[in-house]
Ligand binder design. Structure first.
Ligand code: PMM
Length: 301
């Protein structure tokens, strides 16, 4: 599969000629890297608009932390956190994605103007999720996570992480399609850090071509994750805090864009917006030089 066809287009969303940038707004007191910072509606909307200003193509709004050890927030509280922020951003023309495992939150977020549903359980946590998304005709992100019931990083034992994540994503995509979501609206995501350790995340990143072989646009969400802390850990082995992992995140964004990812999900947008543009320029130069070589060969005939 070529990089272009791997990147693909997601029906129901704008089309970008490069890897899209999804900025993150966590309306939570306890998210892994930015918990508590945008917990108030007005601050969260303002932050989402600032991310767009910095180059985000979409903004992903979530009201529930999935960090290891986090307890689930109740539905009423998740709705209270998420819906006004989705409405506020959508009314400003922002392409909003809702990060939720609950059908009811997805449904109300879509009614409030969200355009994409991002479910870290891949539709497993709530049996009503797939029908709700199918009925709304919305695009759906299917993320790989074995441990959505227990939370955190459990059940991360693999003989071949790439093959197993692909097989399990395949099964989830089949379920989603059987549930009536149209194939051109399905995005896949390996779920870096979810039931995976740092080595698993790196191996998955080194095989994005195989994940693209699933035949759906690919979302890569490496932002500030533990594996980057491990890669950056100094001689004492101490990983830098999450907010000091943004340059490393942008490096992953460049690699993912170059490999053909449809989008990258990041907390700090500016550097990633530059990274995906550089990747696009390199891709364009390669196409142009191949065309020039073809024309030269043609002329010489
Ligand atoms: N990671 C987090 C939250 N939502 N959604 C998708 N599709 N993929 C991810 O890897 C993902 C996600 C956890 O990150 P955060 O709480 O630091 O934003």
């Amino acid at each position: 599969m070529s990089k272009q066809s791997g990147r693909g287009r997601v029906a129901g969303l704008p089309e970008w000629d490069r890897c899209a940038v999804m900025g993150v707004v966590n309306v939570t007191p306890d998210s892994f890297s930015d918990g508590g910072r945008w917990f108030d509606t007005a601050a969260a909307v303002k932050h989402g608009l600032a991310l767009v200003e910095e180059g985000a193509d979409l903004v992903d709004v979530g009201g529930e932390s999935t960090r290891p050890g986090a307890t689930r927030v109740d539905e009423a509280e998740e709705l209270r956190r998420v819906i006004p922020v989705v409405r506020g951003l959508a009314s400003e023309g922002v392409t909003v994605s809702v990060d939720t495992m609950r059908a009811c939150v997805a449904e109300q977020a879509l009614a409030a103007g969200a355009r994409l549903v991002n479910d870290v359980s891949g539709g497993l946590a709530d049996p009503a999720m797939i029908p709700v998304v199918a009925d709304a005709g919305a695009p759906f992100v299917v993320m790989h996570w074995r441990g959505f019931l227990e939370g955190g990083n459990v059940r991360g034992v693999y003989a071949d992480v790439v093959a197993e994540v692909i097989d399990e994503l395949h099964a989830r995509v089949d379920a989603v399609l059987a549930g009536g979501i149209s194939p051109d609206r399905v995005v896949v995501d390996p779920g870096l850090g979810f039931s995976k350790d740092a080595e698993h995340d790196l191996v998955l990143l080194s095989h994005l071509d195989r994940l693209l072989g699933l035949g759906h646009p690919l979302l890569v969400a490496a932002s500030r994750k533990r594996f980057l802390g491990r890669v950056l850990a100094g001689p004492e082995g101490a990983p830098p805090p999450a907010r000091e992992r943004d340059a490393a995140t942008a490096a992953v964004s460049a690699l993912a864009a170059h490999a053909g990812a449809w989008a990258v999900r990041v907390h700090e947008v500016r550097a990633t917006a530059d990274a995906v543009r550089v990747a696009r320029a390199v891709e364009g130069a390669r196409t142009d030089s191949a065309r020039a070589a073809d024309n030269g060969a043609e002329g010489a005939r």
